[in-house]
Design a protein around this ligand. Structure first.
Ligand code: AMP
Ligand code: ZN
Length: 135
């Protein structure tokens, strides 16, 4: 399994940096985010070191998706959150600060303010250009 000795999440996986681990198996670990967006914010992290989602082996990706579902259900059952965001950042421009793939699970609670930014809407022409590139 690929590791990076300088990576903070590899160090958490190795146990050389402490964390509040809520789940661990042979392939993944999940621990409390040190700077939570909301109470109960956790990260789900493959033990295999890769910076971004495109570099993950397919089998690891499947394991990650399964663990995200399992822990999402656990958050709902045990924290009583009414909603939950699944967030995964790739690259500095997307807000990624730790270059080891991780999925954020952010519980959301009734009555708490929630803001998402939008506004980069272009013309229909521009929409079609992206559509042609992506389909
Ligand atoms: P991202 O911006 O998607 O790369 O997210 C990195 C996340 O890792 C941030 O939400 C940080 O609060 C969290 N983080 C960084 N260092 C630690 C740590 N030692 N233990 C737990 N969470 C951490
Ligand atoms: Zn790593």
């Amino acid at each position: 399994m690929h590791k990076d000795p300088d990576c903070i999440f590899c160090k958490i996986i190795e146990g050389t940096i402490p964390s509040y681990k809520i789940f661990e198996d042979d392939n993944l670990v999940s621990f409390m985010d040190i700077n939570p967006f909301e109470k109960g914010h956790v990260l789900v992290v493959p033990k295999h070191h890769a910076a971004t989602i495109g570099e993950l082996p397919e089998e690891v990706l499947v394991q990650l998706a399964k663990a995200v579902q399992k822990i999402a259900v656990r958050l709902k059952e045990r924290l009583g959150c009414s909603g939950l965001n699944v967030l995964q950042n790739n690259g500095a421009s997307a807000g990624q600060t730790v270059p080891h793939v991780h999925v954020h699970l952010i519980p959301r609670y009734e009555g708490k303010p929630l803001r998402f930014q939008s506004g980069e809407y272009g013309s229909d022409e521009e929409m079609k250009t992206f559509y042609e590139k992506l389909r």
